[in-house]
Design a protein around this ligand. Structure first.
Ligand SMILES: *[C@@H]1O[C@H](CO)[C@@H](O)[C@H](O)[C@H]1NC(C)=O
Ligand SMILES: *[C@@H]1O[C@H](CO)[C@@H](O)[C@H](O)[C@H]1NC(C)=O
Ligand SMILES: *[C@@H]1O[C@H](CO)[C@@H](O)[C@H](O)[C@H]1NC(C)=O
Length: 466
């Protein structure tokens, strides 16, 4: 009995000691690790001498050409230099869709870019470097199985010829809502707002040739009450995790409302009769996606007021809205809120303002207000076609000077009457964003690269869609 009593007492002392040790151990090992220069990342401990950076290679297969981006991330997801810049970039023309009849040739057109990408990634890192190819508008428009054949041929090329890590989903068509969500990641990544509260993030608008996208973070409550969409349609809300923070992202892509597509929509409103958005003295044909549209001016020329009315019709602004608030065409507006207070406008929002001389085209981005497009439109609509060619040499070179009144009014109406922005709200329009001592492209590939490296075990899923 005595023995048992002593054992019990010893046992209790032992337990107390264990409990005490368990209590203080995490802090001991933590401070010791810091003392030994060992980095802590999401509970896993990596010694500093181990390379925990990662490269990612993203091909952007667009309608006019194919581009390659090579990024190098450190363990905190910050970009490291590749050469003298924060990315390696090169492009080749034409795009994959130009090889509709020869899928193998399409894939082969990527070989020089692939070889250049391999040459900038250190040999011992290549097998761990994810490679992806995202095909946008051009390939989406090809008939029948032509686009699938091209993608399969690219998959074969990457698996057979490249030394990179090729996942089964590495080659795919990127749709409008994916483009919008990746752009949101890119912009917030570059601005350093990822991982912060959704109210601190910046919304993005992307005016492409065929479609326009809006993406911004909303509250959990807004996301929970978001309207359901028909089967097969993209949901309004995408959920994703970035740097440990869960975001509800409102994303919508409006097909037929990109810059080039919108001209067709606006000309369709007046059928074959003269259109008040066309400058005096112009009589021609507008071609888009294999269709032709009559584009001719009224005898009195273009009119700001009359053109605005036509643009309202083209945007389907009075379409019935089944929700509390709509943008246009019966699409839910996402409810607005803090995630949309600051907006970054990419692609043609930037190009048009730069090409008509509203801002310095050499700057990577600038502040602009919707009302600035309105003022410029009023000037442009009063010109005849000949004068517009000399006033807007950049547009004349691209044979689109006749559409300058139309394009400016379209952007104003889209922003104010479509997306519901205050005409005086300052937005940032840009093609690039300052990052460290360099610039990053305001486009989807960087966001896609962040997702690609997050699938590597050592990054513990810093970004993923739920
Ligand atoms: C880009 O590609 C072209 C054609 O393959 C090549 O001549 C050029 O050196 C490349 N640029 C860079 C920076 O590698
Ligand atoms: C590449 O790989 C695919 C499938 O693995 C195969 O069918 C094809 O013949 C290969 N092509 C070459 C050029 O090796
Ligand atoms: C809906 O639109 C009205 C009128 O434009 C506006 O006052 C209101 O704040 C909007 N509500 C939401 C949730 O967007």
């Amino acid at each position: 009995m005595v023995l048992l009593g002593q054992n019990t007492k010893n046992m209790m002392n032992f337990m107390t000691l264990i409990t005490f040790l368990l209590f203080i151990m995490p802090s001991i090992s933590y401070s010791q690790n810091l003392g030994n220069n060992i980095l802590l990342t999401n509970r896993k401990i990596f010694p500093k001498q181990e390379t925990i950076s990662s490269y990612a290679v993203v091909f952007d297969a667009g309608s006019t050409g194919s581009r390659v981006h090579v990024y190098h991330f450190d363990q905190n997801l910050n970009l490291l230099h590749v050469g003298k810049d924060v990315e390696f970039y090169n492009k080749t023309t034409p795009g994959l869709s130009a090889y509709a009849d020869n899928p193998e040739q399409a894939a082969k057109s990527l070989i020089p870019l692939l070889e250049q990408a391999e040459s900038v990634v250190p040999e011992d890192q290549r097998s761990k470097t994810p490679v992806r190819l995202g095909a946008t508008a051009g390939l989406r428009l090809l008939n029948g199985d032509a686009s699938e054949k091209i993608l399969q041929s690219v998959r074969d090329l990457l698996s057979n010829r490249s030394t990179f890590n090729v996942q089964p989903d590495a080659v795919s068509i990127i749709d409008g809502t994916q483009e919008g969500s990746y752009l949101w990641v890119t912009v917030n990544y570059a601005l350093g707002t990822l991982g912060k509260k959704f109210t601190k993030t910046v919304g993005v608008m992307d005016l492409g040739g065929g479609s326009v996208q809006m993406a911004y973070a909303v509250s959990r409550n807004t996301a929970k009450n978001a309207p359901k969409v028909a089967d097969g349609d993209d949901p309004y809300i995408k959920k994703l995790v970035l740097k440990g923070k869960k975001y509800d992202l409102y994303v919508h892509s409006y097909l037929h409302f990109g810059t080039e597509a919108s001209r067709a929509e606006i000309l369709k409103v007046t059928h074959n009769s003269p259109n008040p958005c066309i400058l005096a003295g112009f009589d021609g044909t507008y071609r888009y996606a294999g269709e032709e549209f009559k584009a001719n001016a009224l005898a009195s020329g273009a009119s700001f007021k009359k053109c605005k009315k036509i643009v309202h019709q083209a945007l389907k602004l009075n379409y019935p809205c089944p929700y509390q608030n709509c943008t246009f065409g019966g699409i839910w507006n996402g409810g607005g809120g803090s995630g949309q207070r600051k907006l970054f406008a990419a692609s043609f929002f930037f190009y048009l303002a730069a090409e008509v001389g509203m801002v310095d085209p050499n700057k990577p981005n600038f502040k602009i207000r919707p009302v600035d497009f309105e003022s410029e439109a009023k000037k442009a609509c009063a010109l005849n076609f000949e004068d517009a060619k000399s006033s807007y040499p950049f547009l004349a070179k691209k044979n689109i000077a006749s559409y300058v009144c139309m394009d400016l009014i379209y952007q104003y109406v889209l922003l104010v009457d479509g997306f519901g922005l205050d005409p005086l709200q300052e937005i940032t329009a840009g093609k690039q964003i300052e990052y460290q001592d360099s610039l990053v492209e305001a486009a989807w590939p960087l966001g896609n690269a962040v997702e690609a490296i997050s699938s590597l075990p050592k990054f513990e899923k810093l970004m993923y869609f739920i």
